[in-house]
Design a protein around this ligand. Structure first.
Ligand code: F6R
Length: 243
């Protein structure tokens, strides 16, 4: 796309059509959602469709990809806060249908908590649609280099580059948490449809590796090459290096 705004509207329309198609069949629509700068315009358009065109989220269940750990919900840096600010506070989703990894779960309960998160995705019917961004390390969710193709939801140590990139939002890298809880690659790959968004020149190098490079645990986004229904949605700058 020439323009990330136009691209975001196209993806919001795909999500809206899926929600409405499910509603017509009296089915729930299970969405996997991302935070960060990449999906913001998609959420803006979904909120506009709700307010101006009556798009309802009453049949939507959401699972967010990740959350910093430790991180309190009320903290304005939390992904919980981000999702409410950009989407959930402005649409008619039932709060009981919102799932975001809890950044304050006790360390001793972490493994069981993560297993339960994956189980809940499955028992909700699995992810119908997963929205992704991509980090400069090649992470999807917070699956940093070295993540296993079959990994499930778990705690992870953030890569240095990821913490550098998050630094400005935290007023300095020293304030960026060292850990996160993330859906696994295996969790993400079970989604029936995946759309990865990347905008801007600083994503060009990793986008090229993700699409044209060998499949390597070193660059977790390359695992998406083996998924049968994934689309990378790029602006011209993010696509610069592609053959
Ligand atoms: C966020 C997430 C991350 C981001 C990625 C890109 O929930 O899982 O993988 O999508 O770090 O971030 P932005 O969009 O801010 O460039």
């Amino acid at each position: 796309f020439n323009d990330s705004k136009v691209a975001s509207i196209v993806i919001a329309e795909e999500i809206a059509s899926l929600i409405q198609a499910k509603a017509e069949k009296n089915e729930m629509c299970v969405l996997g959602l991302a935070t960060g700068s990449s999906p913001i315009k998609v959420y803006e358009e979904l909120v506009r469709m709700h307010k101006e065109e009556g798009l309802s989220f009453s049949n939507v269940i959401t699972f967010n990809l990740d959350e910093y750990f430790p991180m309190e919900k009320e903290n304005i840096q939390s992904y919980y806060y981000f999702m409410h600010q950009h989407l959930f506070d402005h649409v008619d989703i039932d709060p009981k249908h919102i799932n975001i990894p809890n950044g304050m779960v006790a360390s001793k309960d972490l493994n069981a908590y993560c297993q339960a998160y994956d189980d809940k995705i499955l028992s909700s019917g699995g992810l119908d649609f997963q929205l992704l961004g991509i980090g400069r390390t090649g992470h999807i969710g917070f699956n940093e280099p070295g993540s296993h193709i079959n990994s499930g939801t778990r705690s992870i140590t953030l890569d240095h580059i990821t913490r550098v990139d998050a630094g400005p939002a935290f007023q300095g890298i020293e304030n960026v948490p060292r850990k996160a809880i993330t859906m696994g690659i295996g969790t993400i790959k079970k989604a029936k449809r995946i759309v990865l968004l990347a905008w801007g020149q600083n994503k060009a190098e990793i986008v090229k590796k993700a699409i044209e490079g060998d499949i390597l645990s070193h660059i977790p986004a390359t695992y998406l090459q083996e998924h049968s229904n994934t689309t990378f949605v790029l602006d011209n700058e993010a696509a610069t290096n592609l053959i």
